[in-house]
Design a binder for this molecule. Structure first.
Ligand code: ADE
Ligand code: ZN
Length: 325
């Protein structure tokens, strides 16, 4: 099973680079930057990763991101993720980053993006893995802060394929970011948004109607709204589903209760992704393996999930074909 999944060419479309920081790297970067961590050991960090909901995770995730200071830190983080993803059979990754998490601490935008971009280029050259970058706005911060972040991104437009929307969902509906997404669209950015992870199906509708996103991140709550499911199917809007994340953050109590198979059976373009693999106990192949076992997916269904990842990506058909070879 593991070998079958690894050998399937896959694209990963929902991975927060800050969420790929393993505790070992957290300690190494804290040391490099002369920072103290509130943990005594790598084991203690891993032991702290018990979450009740999205917010309880985000509190630790933002705390952990404080060790990212220099360009080399962002380079090393991204290089480690791409190497790990490559070993899982990922040919192409579309990577989220959260600039506000860093610029709010005084780390310049340029430092963040230069480190990430440098590692993307090195991995393409050395491993043959392609990748694109998606800049996320933190929805629990102001729209003014998002606009300012968009302004900072303009000189790096060529390095960023799309914008996204993440962080605490409930109480921060997509409609609040309509103007920011409109301004980004005028600059040529594509867009995606987290919606329907903890938030209601209405947030998915808003992301489609008001933000004009190309795909929905998570989206699992769409099944509560049959008309919305019909629309997602008819318009072939992809969902970037993250099974292990959903169990860790208690969107579903257990993996056998996950609705991924029902989403597939409804004819939706479902993909499997790791979200924040260092925090949720598995990279993309482990997400495929665990969900396939828990939901008794057939080989044909597993293949369909992998195929969907290329269809849902921002690669052209020709690029996707080249990427899978
Ligand atoms: N930031 C990192 N992971 C996230 C998730 N699963 N949902 C919202 N924001 C996030
Ligand atoms: Zn996410």
């Amino acid at each position: 099973m593991k070998d079958f999944i690894r050998s399937l060419p896959k694209a990963e479309l929902h991975i927060h680079i800050e969420g790929s920081m393993e505790p070992e790297m957290m300690f190494a970067l804290a040391l490099r930057n002369g920072l103290r961590l509130p943990y005594g050991s790598v084991e203690e960090v891993r032991g702290a990763y018990e979450f009740n909901d999205l917010q309880s995770f985000l509190d630790l995730y933002y705390e952990g991101a404080r060790v990212l200071v220099q360009e080399a830190d962002f380079f090393d983080l991204t290089a480690a993720y791409l190497k790990r993803a490559h070993s899982d059979g990922v040919c192409h990754a579309e990577i989220f980053f959260d600039p506000q998490t860093h610029t709010a601490r005084g780390v310049p935008f340029e430092v963040v993006i230069s480190g990430i971009h440098g590692a993307q280029r090195a991995a393409a050259r050395e491993l043959g893995i392609s990748s694109k970058l998606i800049m996320c706005f933190l929805r629990d911060l102001s729209t003014e802060s998002a606009m300012e972040t968009l302004r900072q991104a303009i000189p790096y437009k060529e390095w960023i394929i799309a914008i996204g929307l993440d962080s605490a969902e409930v109480g921060h509906p997509p409609e609040q970011f309509k103007a920011v997404f409109e301004a980004a669209r005028k600059e040529g950015f594509l867009s995606v948004a987290h919606a329907g992870e903890e938030g209601p199906p209405e947030y998915i509708r808003q992301a489609l109607d008001l933000l004009h996103v190309s795909r929905i991140d998570h989206g699992v709550r769409c099944l509560e709204d049959p008309e919305l499911v019909e629309r997602l199917k008819a318009e072939r809007i992809p969902l970037t589903v993250c099974p292990l994340s959903n169990v860790k953050l208690r969107v579903f109590n257990t993996l056998p209760e996950h609705n991924l198979k029902r989403l597939l059976d409804a004819g939706l373009c479902v993909t499997v992704n790791s979200d924040d693999p260092a925090y949720f106990g598995g990279y993309v192949a482990e997400n495929f393996r665990a969900v396939s076992e828990a939901l008794h997916l057939t080989d044909e269904e597993i293949r369909r999930l992998a195929d969907n990842s290329f269809e849902a990506s921002f690669l052209t058909e020709k690029e996707a074909k080249g990427s899978r070879q």
